[in-house]
Design a protein around this ligand. Structure first.
Ligand SMILES: Nc1ncnc2c1ncn2[C@@H]1O[C@H](COP(=O)(O)OP(=O)(O)OP(=O)(O)O)[C@@H](O)[C@H]1O
Length: 264
């Protein structure tokens, strides 16, 4: 498998005092499903946002699909962003628009300002939106206003909007943090299926360690801006979880129970 994403010594400082990321190094292979875990404030969101340059890293190198993302100018950056779909905790849908209109917004990165502003989409784009609606079980909601959907349905629209970009990677920033356990499972199952069936790489921030261990090929543990664990979910030990979470680890370890073969 080839590397799709490589981070070399990536650091991010906010203002004079906050070092959010410190010399982060890791690579992600094409098709891998990787979870980033760590306590609140560890730098997980900053890490994800640096990858598509929603935030600019202070130092280091981020290579995506063979291109150094940090050196890109406007047009190439737009190009890069079409290959990276983003899924947000709060969905970021346009409430007053229908489900299908929100999904088609995922195509805006491919359009000129004028065709985008006029909402002009081709027949192929509309057909692809309908296909994705079917895949994500939203075929009965096509023309519903987005603010009339449940949280789980909104997140499925968010996934469809990301997929219509034809991305190579999905960056998912706490995609289930606002959902109940049932809706969370539905979303995680869709993300896993999509990753497998479409060969899309997934990099996902999660607060729920048990979910991360269950779904991921690999876990990256972040603490105070540094990667302190990078490996399989199968063999992660309680000591390693303690190392990632520090004093917050107690309850998490109790929730996980005695068996350390969590992914089994
Ligand atoms: N825009 C900003 N300006 C200044 N400091 C920031 C900014 N965004 C984040 N930080 C700080 O950077 C550090 C990392 O924050 P980040 O949001 O990346 O952590 P996180 O692991 O995603 O946390 P959480 O799990 O609570 O979302 C924290 O100390 C945070 O206060």
């Amino acid at each position: 498998m080839t590397m799709l994403l490589e981070l070399h010594d990536v650091s991010k400082q906010y203002g004079n005092n906050t070092i959010a990321l410190s010399d982060v190094n890791f690579s992600v292979r094409e098709g891998e499903f990787v979870s980033v875990i760590g306590p609140s404030g560890a730098g997980k969101s900053t890490l994800l946002r640096c990858i598509n340059r929603m935030i600019d890293a202070s130092n280091g190198e981020i290579v995506f699909d063979g291109v150094n993302a940090l050196g890109l100018k406007r047009k190439e950056l737009r190009n890069l962003r079409t290959k990276i779909g983003i899924i947000f905790q709060h969905y970021n849908l346009v409430d007053r628009l229908s489900v299908i209109e929100n999904i088609l917004h995922g195509r805006l990165g491919y359009k000129s300002a004028i065709t985008g502003a006029l909402g002009i989409y081709s027949r192929e784009e509309k057909e692809q939106a309908l296909k994705l609606l079917n895949i994500l079980g939203l075929e009965d909601q096509v023309y519903k206003r987005s603010d009339q959907l449940s949280g789980g349905q909104k997140q499925r629209v968010g996934i469809a909007r990301a997929l219509i970009q034809n991305p190579k990677m999905l960056l998912c920033d706490e995609p289930i943090a606002s959902l109940d356990p049932n809706a969370s499972k539905v979303i995680m199952d869709y993300l896993k299926d999509i990753s497998k069936s479409m060969g899309i790489t997934v990099l996902i921030n999660l607060h729920q360690v048990d979910v991360a261990l269950k779904y991921s090929d690999r876990i990256i543990g972040v603490s105070k801006g540094s990667v302190v664990y990078d490996g399989s979910p199968r063999h992660i030990t309680k000591e390693e979880i303690h190392h990632i979470y520090g004093s917050e680890a107690g309850d998490l370890i109790m929730d996980l129970g005695e068996d350390t073969d969590y992914a089994g």
